[in-house]
Write a protein that binds this ligand. Structure first.
Ligand code: KG4
Ligand code: ZN
Length: 347
């Protein structure tokens, strides 16, 4: 058997993610995940969305214990770390600042390099996180990646680890926002995606009809869908104040179906236009049960090779940051200690 040349080098990367409302730290040794600790912030639930100022304060409270726990779980002493990879952006500037500052300070104290990572690239490369004993096949290049999260919706052509091209993206809201904002209209709390996913399992996806968003090429748009959802609920509530309560599951299933139909229609178009039949998904919305099921089904129908990552690597996590840190380390691509976070950062 061919020897995996990356093994036995003992390259240990500590990854740090703090771009939105999850504080996460992960340890990867020679490409294999040893730990991935995530602290969610419950504080936003009451507001129906992330409150930036509260998010950065919570990151400040969480970052030390989260990093400490990740190292303990990985049974790694901080002096063994080769480099620290951190999310530089895109994201909430106050949240990013906590992770970036922490990573730089810790690296300075340990006299090791820092590596900056683009969060969106992290979602794509979540597929390359290996766990000891893992037999999941890694995506082969080139492949198409549908990134669907709370802040972004993109179709990315991935030619190689360092060669990515965005073929299309949302012109307004992200797919995750369509879930979150509709859940908020129904009074379901934040984040709405997982709640809608669960409710939809008991609902009829054809109970309500929402017009499919119309947008050119491989781009997406979700703000119109949110508005038609709002108008439907508002009008029906006038006739029956119990409308939401009585139709929660059907509303969830119908909304979810429209979002998924739209995402998959664009993916089919991307496959047609590029001729690439290897298709992967990532980002928080890729945790959605129905999207996972339908993608697998459509893949079988059209003869695509489909890559669906484990759920724990779809929502924000530091393992996806650490794996890119590992690839950049192998290429000697380090950042300087002067580096600052950036809220908007293209792939
Ligand atoms: O990738 P992520 O953790 O954070 C961002 O980078 O935005 O994605 C969060 C988004 C939220 O909008 C959340 O509602 C959505 O992912 N989400 C889901 C599910 N789990 C999380 N959406 C639909 N179904 C789910 N099961
Ligand atoms: Zn994300």
């Amino acid at each position: 058997m061919a020897k995996d040349f990356n093994r036995d080098k003992n390259i240990i990367i500590l990854g740090i993610e703090s771009s939105c409302d999850d504080t996460s730290a992960a340890v990867i040794r020679d490409g294999y995940l040893l730990s991935n600790v995530i602290a969610n912030q419950k504080v936003h639930e009451a507001y129906g969305g992330v409150v930036p100022e509260l998010a950065s304060r919570a990151h400040q409270q969480n970052i030390v214990p989260v990093v400490d726990f990740a190292l303990k779980q990985a049974q790694i002493d901080r002096r063994e770390i080769s480099a620290i990879a951190f999310t530089r952006g895109p994201g909430l500037i106050g949240s990013l600042l906590v992770g970036v500052t922490f990573a730089k300070a810790m690296a300075l104290a340990l006299n090791i390099p820092v590596i900056d990572v683009n969060h969106m690239k992290g979602h794509v490369f979540a597929h390359f996180i290996r766990e000891p004993g893992d037999t999941r096949p890694l995506p082969q290049f080139p492949f198409l990646h549908l990134t669907v999260s709370g802040g972004h919706t993109q179709i990315v052509l991935v030619r190689d680890v360092f060669d990515l091209e965005v073929l299309g993206e949302t012109i307004d809201d992200a797919a995750g926002e369509a879930f979150d904002k509709s859940a908020k209209i129904m009074g379901l709390g934040y984040p709405g995606g997982p709640v809608i996913d669960k409710l939809a399992q008991q609902g009829n996806p054809d109970a309500f009809h929402f017009p499919m968003p119309k947008v050119q090429g491989l781009n997406f748009s979700f703000s119109g869908l949110k508005t038609s959802f709002l108008y439907l609920v508002r009008d029906k509530l006038k006739q029956d104040p119990q409308f939401i309560e009585k139709n929660k599951a059907d509303l969830a299933a119908s909304l979810q179906k429209t979002i998924i139909d739209f995402l998959l229609a664009k993916l089919r178009r991307a496959v047609r236009e590029t001729g690439i039949k290897r298709v992967a998904i990532g980002g928080g919305v890729a945790a959605n049960s129905e999207l996972r099921r339908r993608l697998a089904q459509i893949g079988e129908k059209y003869g695509w090779t489909v890559y669906i990552p484990p759920r724990k690597f779809t929502t924000d996590n530091a393992a996806m940051i650490a794996i890119i840190g590992y690839y950049k380390y192998l290429r000697g691509e380090f950042a300087s200690q002067d580096i600052a976070p950036i809220a908007r950062w293209k792939l």
